[in-house]
Design a protein around this ligand. Sequence first.
Ligand code: URA
Length: 204
Amino acid sequence: MEFRPGQLSLDDLHGPRTLDELREGMADCRGCGLAAGRTNLVFGEGNPRARLMLIGEGPGAEEDRLGRPFVGPAGQLLDKILAAAGISRSEVYIANVVKCRPPGNRVPNREEAAACLHWLRKQFALIAPPLVVILGSTALKNLIDPQASITAWRGRWITRGRVRFMPTYHPAALLRDPSKKRDVWRDFQAVRDAYREIVPLKNE
Ligand code: URA
């Protein structure tokens, strides 16, 4: 299923007009097998008018328990990276490719991702962020190109319509391999610079 930012479908025009309406619409989602194993659906959270959106893979144990994205160990690292870039978590929007936890934190399969992507597309249409950070391989493959490799694609802006996407390693990959931190920091510096052109610091 192709992800087409900026391109509205009839569904988008007649669908939910706010993130709260969208959240209500998906509360009972049984669109794939992951629904059966969830404690909480993890819709996503943040500023509905965010100029920067971050998209991960799917909820882990802590996210499933709390119903919030990126609140486990990978999320704590993401918070630190954002803080180092001078961007507060409350000003961005954070979501995932799939909204329900895959068992044992496995990678969501193609069918699960395909069944869930329309929710992300609607979130995306409502928020309309000009900048997106793609966190890791699953988000890259599902949003940009199923054949793309995160190692080859990270650190380079991808422009689709009016949206610029920056792929980088997933924070969980940094926890497994801290040598990736240098690359991620470089990627986030590029994101920070692009973001500050759109949202200047108040005292500048
Ligand atoms: N990993 C993800 O991709 N998303 C989360 O919300 C948490 C961990």
